[in-house]
Ligand binder design. Structure first.
Ligand SMILES: Cc1cc2nc3c(=O)[nH]c(=O)nc-3n(C[C@H](O)[C@H](O)[C@H](O)COP(=O)(O)O)c2cc1C
Length: 389
């Protein structure tokens, strides 16, 4: 394992660190100063198959890059001489009060990153006073995550061909105290992730998709392709359509967030079909390549929603400035995906806590330097998008 050295930036590590190390192989004096630095540490620590699964996007990874670059094209119009001695970042999501508008997106199979996996994420989210979304494909079950202690949690749902499986799972999530269902709608088939194909990606044999263990669907076969793509082809319902959003409402009283909306048309349909909220997401650029960055698609969705339901965003959020930009374009909050798995790999629960704290601190600073003291002060006039540059 490479020993990262605190004397050099993470991007330039000419030789192994001669200093003292933590068990993670990171020089103890290494100061992590931003969320993105965890990726290099995760890359050092994780088996290639796992790192590639977490990091990669679909096909040319154009959208993966664009999810970041589009944020960098948005500039600020800060206001000055406003008393910013007290900043209030508190947000309300579906009626739940959280400490900041930064939440955790569902990412599958977190025990590949760290033995504590989803437990660590759940504890870190709850310590930060924010929401964790648990993936259907978690390596810890809804009951196990609930047992980590109090916290507001959402459950992400993939709809299986066998609707009995879905019904059982939704009931278990309800019973375990999950507060909303994030219905992922951009995955009738798995996007073509070439790294996973080359690596013959599969869930390591010592782990299971814990929610499906008792249903004989918890294991993933090794194939000569991506094992996950084959699993999806076998189990996930490609015929999923708007009527199923109605069906889901008939089996649960939990609010439903439609995750994976990128157009005004689908935002209207989501609302017509009873969604309690919309998540503008391109699945971290892992599904259809050459869709716009989520921050680019956000405004048309917000306009279409006309304030009837809250609109959230995920995809490429790595800085407090990104959070501010999303809110200025009308988002009610954002979710983060990869920073969670990378920081988990580096430092377990401590890492996820640090990620949430760094984003919180950066967002607070952005608010102060833009002259905003509460979320409602953040407006479209605080930013310039490229069409207006
Ligand atoms: C490793 C990984 C696993 C993911 N697993 C799921 C999942 O199980 N269900 C889901 O709806 N989205 C999943 N996503 C998508 C995320 O919920 C989210 O949309 C995306 O990661 C946000 O982009 P970001 O990683 O740039 O923050 C996954 C993303 C990654 C990177």
């Amino acid at each position: 394992m490479r020993r990262l050295c605190c004397r050099f930036p993470l991007s330039y590590q000419p030789f192994d660190c001669p200093e003292v190390f933590s068990a993670s192989g990171t020089c103890q004096r290494m100061e992590i100063t931003n969320v993105m630095e965890y990726e290099a540490i995760a890359k050092e620590k994780l088996p290639k198959m796992v790192y590639d699964y977490y990091a990669s996007g679909a096909e040319d990874e154009w959208t993966l890059q664009e999810n970041r670059e589009a944020f960098s094209r948005i500039l600020f119009r800060p206001r000055i001489l406003i008393d910013v001695s007290k900043i209030d970042m508190a947000a309300t999501v579906l009626g739940f009060k959280i400490s900041m508008p930064i939440m955790i997106a569902p990412t599958a199979m977190q025990k590949m990153a760290h033995p504590d996996g989803e437990y660590a994420t759940a504890r870190a989210a709850s310590a930060a006073g924010t929401i964790m979304t648990l993936s259907s494909w978690a390596t810890s079950s809804v009951e196990e995550v609930a047992s980590t202690g109090p916290g507001i949690r959402f459950f992400q749902l993939y709809v299986y061909k066998d609707r009995n499986v879905v019904e059982q799972l939704v009931r278990r999530a309800e019973k375990a105290g999950f507060k909303a269902i994030a219905l992922t709608v951009d995955t009738p088939r798995l996007g073509r992730r070439e790294a996973d194909i080359k690596n013959r990606f599969t869930l390591p044999p010592f782990l299971t998709l814990k929610n499906f263990e008792g249903l004989n669907l918890g294991k993933m076969d090794k194939t000569d392709d991506s094992g996950l793509a084959s699993y999806v082809a076998g189990q996930i319902d490609r015929s999923l359509s708007w009527k199923d959003v109605k069906w889901l409402q008939s089996i649960t009283s939990l609010p439903i967030l439609v995750k994976g909306v990128l157009t005004a048309e689908d935002a209207s349909l989501a609302i017509q079909n009873g969604a309690a909220g919309i998540i503008v997401s391109n699945h971290g650029a892992r599904q259809l390549d050459y869709v716009p960055a989520t921050i680019t698609a956000l405004e048309e969705v917000v306009k279409s929603a006309q304030g009837r339901v809250p609109v959230f965003l995920d995809g490429g959020v790595r800085r407090g400035t990104d959070v501010f930009k999303a809110l200025a374009l009308g988002a009610s909050g954002v979710f983060i995906g990869r920073p969670v798995v990378f920081s988990l790999a580096a430092e377990g629960e401590v890492g996820v806590r640090k990620v949430l704290q760094m984003l919180r601190d950066e967002f607070e600073l952005t608010m102060a330097l833009s002259g905003c003291v509460s979320l409602k002060d953040i407006t479209r006039n605080h930013i310039i998008t490229s069409s207006r540059l």
